[in-house]
Design a protein around this ligand. Structure first.
Ligand code: AMP
Length: 224
């Protein structure tokens, strides 16, 4: 069976991270999330992190050449050789082009682009109530998925915090950026026959089941 090379595409708050966690468990793929890589660089106070911070705090995109370099390097790591799950990359046509050229040059192909559709008002609601545990990044929502003890993670007891860029004003900008710069990727991948769309307003379990069914069909088709 050939490698599983997947992209999760969708607005912030559409459920990419949640689906990524489930799919990583299913298929043992490395979950490569640009946002996580940039946040880790910021925490570490590296040059990359300090530079990225200026853009992330406003909800703007970090420049293509920076992000592309980081991701292409990551894709060359051993654990990504037999498949990967990209979350939050590509976010521009330029990034998609760079990824495509890199994969072509190694005779690798994308399996599918999994797009999660969710209306703006829902994602604003999801993100502005999102709280993340300080230690391991477990995710909660103050109304939709509250922890048992307010402000603390059920799993490791650590304090929950709000991401700086999850404040409503920044979320609105991130959405605007998504519509202008990232949404055109839907048509880009549709033209290449790779796009598979899912209703991101459904529960995580329902979305996950549908993605699995789609991937099963794709793999059967491949074996025919
Ligand atoms: P995320 O965790 O995916 O919501 O990403 C958080 C922030 O990291 C974004 O608002 C951007 O500032 C930055 N970022 C993440 N992925 C990318 C990307 N592919 N291109 C540019 N900036 C990115």
């Amino acid at each position: 069976m050939s490698e599983l090379n997947l992209i999760l595409l969708g607005a912030p708050g559409a459920g990419k991270g949640t689906q990524a966690a489930l799919l990583t468990e299913d298929f043992g793929l490395p979950h490569i999330a640009t946002g996580d890589i940039l946040r880790a660089a910021r925490e570490a106070g590296s040059e990359l992190g300090l530079m990225a911070k200026q853009y992330m705090d406003k909800g703007d995109l970090v420049p293509d050449e920076v992000v592309v370099g980081v991701i292409l390097e990551r894709l060359a790591d051993d654990d990504a050789r037999d498949g990967f799950l990209l979350d939050g990359f590509p976010r521009t046509i330029e990034q998609a082009g760079a990824l495509g050229r890199q994969l072509d040059s190694h005779d690798r192909r994308l399996t599918a682009v999994l797009a999660l559709d969710a209306p703006d008002e829902l994602v604003v609601k999801r993100i502005s109530g999102r709280r993340i545990c300080r230690k391991e990044g477990h995710v909660y929502h103050v109304d939709l998925d509250p922890p048992k003890h307010e402000g603390h993670c059920d799993i490791d007891g650590s304090e929950l915090e709000q991401r700086d860029d999850d404040l409503e004003q920044t979320v609105r900008n991130r959405l605007e950026v998504y519509h202008t710069q990232t949404e055109p990727l839907m048509a880009y991948y549709e033209e290449r026959g790779l796009l598979r769309r899912f209703d991101g307003t459904r529960s995580p379990t329902q979305v996950h089941e549908r993605i699995r069914a789609t991937l099963a069909t794709l793999r059967l088709e491949e074996d025919l």
